[in-house]
Design a protein around this ligand. Structure first.
Ligand code: NI
Length: 160
């Protein structure tokens, strides 16, 4: 396993669409492991492959909630969403920026896991938020483009 470099906001790759994974081979499995390690290293809730420079439809999510698991979503598709709520959001590619966005209250998706098995997830709360945020990344969309006006906070990193 290896940490990958997270692409930052000015990087044009973040605006590009990711392609579906055709075959879950060793390279994809290694990518998934590296993405999980990288997400955990930076205390992220989710990471999309494009954020480490790979334009493939691969997402990892860990909400750190009690009893939760790490989700690996390959070629995820939203089947249905329900409701809309305002939530505070950030992104590892925009490490100093936080803002409010609107996200579905519930989302129902279909994806493949890292073994190529089809999974369906009905999610609420932070998991639903993370799934929608990461699927946006696969479409070349970033949260900063959909923030609710006047809610952006820029945090100056503490000097160490
Ligand atoms: Ni993000």
């Amino acid at each position: 396993m290896a940490l990958r470099i997270i692409r930052q906001e000015e990087d044009e790759i973040l605006r590009k669409k990711s392609r579906p994974v055709e075959k879950i081979d060793d390279k994809i499995k290694e990518l998934v492991k590296d993405m999980i390690e990288t997400m955990h290293k930076y205390d992220g809730v989710g990471l999309a492959a494009v954020q480490v420079g790979v334009l493939k439809q691969v997402v990892v999510i860990d909400t750190y909630e009690e009893g939760s698991q790490i989700y690996v979503l390959i070629n995820p598709e939203i089947i249905k969403t329900k409701g809309l709520r305002e939530v505070e959001e950030g992104c590892l590619s925009f490490p100093n920026k936080f803002a409010k966005v609107k996200r579905p209250e519930e989302v129902y998706i279909r994806a493949l896991n890292e073994e190529g098995k089809e999974i369906k997830i009905k999610a609420k709360g932070i998991l639903a938020q993370a799934i929608c945020h990461e699927i946006d990344h696969l479409n070349g969309e970033v949260f900063i483009d959909k923030i609710i006006p006047g809610t952006l906070e820029i945090i100056t990193p503490e000097k160490k």
